[in-house]
Design a protein around this ligand. Sequence first.
Ligand code: TYM
Length: 349
Amino acid sequence: MTDAPQTTFEPLVFSGVQPTGNLHLGNYLGAIQRFVAMQDTHPCIYCVVDLHAITATLVQPDLVQQTREVTAAFLAAGIDPKRNIVFNQSRVHEHAELAWVFNCVARLGWLNRMTQFKDKAGKDRENASTGLYAYPNLMAADILVYRATHVPVGEDQKQHLELARDIAQKFNNDFAGRIAELGLGDAFFPLPEPLIQGPATRVMSLRDGTKKMSKSDPSDYSRINLTDDQDTIAQKFRKAKTDPEPLPTEPKGLENRPEADNLVGIYAALSGDTREAILGQYGGGQFSTFKQALTDLAVTKLAPINAEMKRLLADPGHIDAVLKDGGERASAIAAPVMDAVKDVVGFLR
Ligand code: TYM
């Protein structure tokens, strides 16, 4: 036990999306739609993580445009950049600075366990960038440079968030004496809490219900992109893989039926209805009827976002101004945290 006062951290939400390729329904339902909801209960910081975008493929086709597109999606979905902070990561140098310190906190053994690195690096591991390997350390820095307490993400980010908690804990423990000496309380970093909630924490491919919906799937039919028009959405749901049985009447009947479970989960996340209610209405019926209802729902929900994204992208000056303003406000929070980290570590400044 130390005598240092117990530190309490103000609730603060942080999350990020990479500007690599098209945003899809998984990004929207697993993350962006929930970012919007969290604005009602918490102060929020939402980041277009462009530093992360170069870890897998160094030369991006058009990082500026990709960054604007993700920003446009945030705004079109309903994130209010005045009430909250929206910015791109590379503007705030403290992310990279804290990531370096975290490279020295995280252990090789911890990073070696990261399944996403194994998936992304594939067989040609020797040829993966060191940035891809150390990526989770940068992700921890993104969150902790604001001492954020809550992180809404999809299921695929769970392991990275556990690592962020381990990093925060090790930093707090290893520097406990220095943190107390400097009067910074009994812990410098909060242990950020992953918020992996709702019916669509893992939206699956429309071609294979056992694979995650992802930007990198070579088949465009595997995902609904936020930029898809009405006809494309209809066609993709019509072609979506299903099984020969009719829809069950209760959620238990979705077990071991990954494609059916995925489509019902998507419907639930789009409508806000429970799986029970949805199966109460469509259970026992043919997939074609349900797919039509799902298409109508998705179009109703996504068409206004799609239109608003187009409108916003026609005025890049506005988007850039939002990111600049957000960057300045993010820096104002990150700079004193990074200064304190320097004092804790013992760098002369
Ligand atoms: P990224 O850009 O791959 O994905 C952005 C968000 O979308 C979620 N997501 C999904 N959710 C449900 N079903 C899916 N099929 C699906 N695909 C993607 C992701 O879980 C994520 O929430 N490393 C992160 C970005 C990041 C970050 C951070 C997130 C960088 N720093 C700090 C939180 C906090 C990533 O690559 O997300």
